[in-house]
Structures are given as C-alpha cells and as structure tokens.
Design a protein around this ligand. Structure first.
Ligand code: CP
Ligand code: NVA
Length: 319
C-alpha cells in the first residue's frame, strides 16, 4: 500500500469544509494550483500508484470529471462508485464502507446529502476524506472560485482583505462555503438572501465571530442591490439544489427578485467578475446576458476545478 500522510501522522487529514485548511495552507494550495495550471509542477507523476475512491450519491459532471482527470494526470487512479451499483446504495453502513475502502484506496472523495454522512465516513476512515458536495458545503468549488478570483485581481498575498464578494440567492451549500472562505481569508461577503432561506446558522455565527475578531466582514441583507453595490465579484447559484426539486415552484416565487441580471450586475465595480458553480439556469437565477457576457468567468472557473483539486490531492495524498 502506498503510504500517505495519515501513515506518518497517525491520523488522516480530511477536507470536509473550507475551514479545514488554515489561511496559510489555503494560500499555498492556490499557489500550487497556479503552478499546476502553468504546467510547471506535477509532470513527474507525484501520485504514482495512489488510488482515490469517488463516491457519488448525487449527479455530477464537473466534480466527477475533474477529480478523475486530476488524479490520472498526477499518476494515480480514480475508482467511481455510485449508489446504483454499490452496496452503499443498498444500505451498507457508512462506517463499514469507510473501513472497507480504507483497506484498498489512499483517499475517498464523497458527494452526498448530509454533512453528517461525510463526517461519519471521515471518522471511520483511516485515509483522507474529501467533501465533493453535501447539502451543507461545497468546499472544492470554493477552491476553484478563489483561484479564479486570484487570476482576476491582485489579491496576493494580503490583498484578500480588500476584496468584496456579493452572494445573491439561496443560503445554500455554496453560500455556506463562501462564509467559510470569508472567515479564512478575511474578505467582505455581502449576502442577499430572501427571508426563510438564510445560510446555516452555525456557519454564519462562526463567520461573524471571526468578523468580531477583525477578520472578514459579513453583511446579510434582503436587498440584492445593497449586496452588489461596488462588489468585485458577483455570484449566485440555482434556486433549487439537488434534492430540493419538489420545492422548485415555491422557490421560484421567493427568488424571482434575486435574479442576477444586467441591471443588478451594473451596480458592481466596472471590473467586477461574475461567477457561478454551474450547472446554471439561464433566465432564472442569472440572465444569459450576464452569464454569457464579457465579465463572466464561469468557464475559467469550471476549468479551475481541475487545477485546484490537483493541488488539494497533492496536499492530502502525496506520500
Ligand atoms: N459545480 C459542480 O460541482 O458541478 P457538478 O455538479 O457537475 O459536479
Ligand atoms: N447548490 C447546488 C450546487 C451544484 C453544484 C446543489 O447542491 O445542487
């Protein structure tokens, strides 16, 4: 079995939410992602012989392909598992799955519903576990988003504090992850969220605690115009996430005033960029004019999933 950091340190290093990385580690990871993207790192197959299990209990295009391609490019191998064709889908307990997979692979990426499932998997695995999206968080997406911001603005190394990000829409897994990012890097995050759809209370409270200690600035408003005014980055997500399909009609009503359209986006800075984790619904949370416009960076952002996750895999799995 290829040794991984867990073997030396005794306990595996997990990535279950963005705050699992310190500011220093996160900045270092972004540096590595830039080097990987430029082709100046990772050509010597640093993860030769390393295997990553990829558990998907929800659909995916970007996460699956970027992880499979990323591990392959680093010399390792990915094993895809879905509910449809694994025993997990037939009710095998998560702790048993964690222990079984730990005997075969060097790391486990998991996309599922509850954050508690990812935590249970990590608690019972002896290899690193990576959160590839839960209902609570989507930390891998944030790595790509921060890389895209770094490419657009001069934020290195201490300029993150001068950045202002506007989140418009649902207080969902992406909004919660932005709160964690603002806490770790200390930028301003203004969230415009309709009443009843606020972010996860404990995640918000933790970001506010950091704000009180002088790191980051969090504004929660019901007014999209207030959130977007003067922002460097405007970002949103679907109104009904995976698992919320039944609520789609009610949500459409509540979220209609929160659409990112040209009129709203024009309130941001002239050099502002638009981000969206994708998949997007044009005409709902964002208009085609914005997402397909000159200041949208969504396809650079989706490509950056690959580079950022390769940096993460090196950080967690390199022997
Ligand atoms: N942004 C994202 O995670 O996309 P997928 O659902 O396609 O993986
Ligand atoms: N909030 C969305 C993100 C998809 C990448 C969802 O959870 O479905």
């Amino acid at each position: 079995m290829i040794p991984s950091p867990r073997n030396r340190a005794g306990k595996p290093r997990h990535f279950l939410q963005l705050g699992d990385l310190s500011r220093e580690e996160l900045l270092q990871l972004l540096d590595r992602a830039v080097a990987l993207k430029a082709g100046s790192l990772g050509r010597d197959r640093p993860l030769d012989g390393v295997t990553l299990a990829l558990i998907f209990r929800k659909s995916s295009t970007r996460t699956r392909v970027s992880f499979e391609v990323g591990i392959h490019q680093l010399g390792g191998h990915g094993v895809f598992l879905s509910d449809r064709d694994s025993q997990l889908g037939r009710g095998e307990p998560i702790p048993d799955t964690a222990r079984v997979l730990s005997g075969y692979v060097n790391g486990i990426m998991v996309r599922t519903f509850g954050q508690d499932e990812v935590e249970e998997l990590a608690a019972n695995a002896s290899v690193p576990v990576i959160n590839g999206l839960t209902d609570r968080y989507h930390p891998c997406q944030l790595l790509a988003d921060l890389l895209t911001i770094r490419e657009a603005f001069d934020v290195r190394p201490s300029g993150w504090e001068a950045l202002s990000v506007a989140w418009v829409g649902d207080g969902n897994n992406m909004a919660n992850s932005w709160l964690n990012a603002a806490r770790v890097l200390g930028f301003e995050l203004r969230l415009a969220v309709p009443e009843g759809f606020d972010p996860h209370a404990a995640t918000l409270a933790r970001a506010r605690e950091s704000e009180a200690m002088g790191s980051g600035r969090i504004v929660l408003t019901r007014d999209p115009a207030e959130a977007v005014a003067g922002a460097h980055v405007v970002t949103t997500d679907v109104w009904a996430s995976m698992g919320q399909e039944d609520e789609a009609d009610d949500r459409t009503e509540a979220f209609r005033p929160f659409q990112v359209n040209a009129e709203l986006f024009d309130r941001a800075r002239a050099e502002a960029i638009f981000l969206h984790c994708l998949p997007a619904h044009r005409g709902e949370e964002v208009t085609a004019e914005v997402i397909d416009g000159p200041r949208s960076r969504v396809f650079q952002e989706s490509e950056n999933r690959l580079h950022a996750q390769k940096a993460l895999l090196l950080q967690l799995l390199a022997p």
